[in-house]
Design a protein around this ligand. Sequence first.
Ligand code: GUN
Ligand code: FE
Length: 403
Amino acid sequence: MPSSHPIREAFRAPIRHALGPNQIVEFADGLLAVDESGRIAACDAYDRLFPRLPGDCVIHDYTNFWITPGFIDCHVHLPQLDCRNKNGLTLLDWLAKYIYPAETKFADPHVVRNMAERFYDELLKHGITTAAIYSTIHYEATEIAFQFAKEKGLRAIIGQVLMDQNAPQSLLKSHLQLLNETEKLIAKWHGCDNRLFYAVTPRFALTCSKTLLDEAGKLALEAKVYFQTHLAETRQEWQQAKEMHSFKSYAGFYESRHALSSRSLFAHCIYLEDCDFKILSDYHASVAHCPTSNVFLKSGTMPIEKVETYGLHFGLGTDVGAGPTFSMQEIIGCACEVHPKEMMNREKGFYLATLGGAEALSLAHQIGNFVEGKWADFCLFDNPNFEGRAKKVFVAGQCIWKP
Ligand code: GUN
Ligand code: FE
């Protein structure tokens, strides 16, 4: 074994992981060996790998289960856990009627603690070991979001939502205060435990002044943290943003705000033009594709062919609460329904929910599949399609969740 750490444990079960969009590897009787640091030492057929393991390695028999890499949710809102299934409105009216009132309640830390506990349980229950999360504009709520993620032990990219205009007064702060709070949160949390990372998180162009976006973009670049926002989700939002900020290209607008890098993650990207995709691709920015949310709010369909033509990395997002489900299998099923079959199938969906998501989050060197040296983030399910609830969830080789 080339691993520099001793191999402590191995997990025997049927195993599936993706090496690429069209490259799924399966072992009917597999063995996943984890070293003492919590990284993958090897993943292979049981018969081939077992004889190469040290004699004192503990073998866990999970032959009645199926192992997958932990799923990666590239876009989700913690405060919207209880806002799901509010039917009948499109984005801007839905935000005003349901989302802003719910997020206003996050001024109260008791509300946040209660929801954070349930939110992370939902992620883990569904086998999600890494998520890119929006908090609210509240500093303390964002602190709590980080604290609970740390306690639960999952990987998370989290950001305090930035808004300084065009939303209820209770959800607005000055750009100076927002940037100041963001800087404090970055200093405290970015890189914590090697599992928690910061994302500068302007909500979207309509609720942010140019000054706020300028400062936010520069800060993300200077601090080398993530930048996440919603981009071109509906035609109405695109139209209003264009009038408000008088830009020609929506992506070009973010480019001028210094907000583009390989750590920039744009949710939705439905109403973009070729020039926008070209700009995003020049900076190696990524897309969080949220098909169940797009269906729920009747926003439209992400042009997957364009995203691929321009070579953009993209992963899947639950986008709870516009998205009604935390189940990656339901999201993959939805993607298969809305996209042409040449562009999407279950296998590709599995790749997107694992390695593809890791690539979109610039974490593919650490997670996403069972290549030696990556963190051993994986889940056990009681069925080969990884449907329903996970039976156990591991991050860096440690069980962090079970029923
Ligand atoms: N655009 C701006 N804010 C939001 C949000 O909370 N959810 C979704 N789906 N789109 C948004
Ligand atoms: Fe969203």
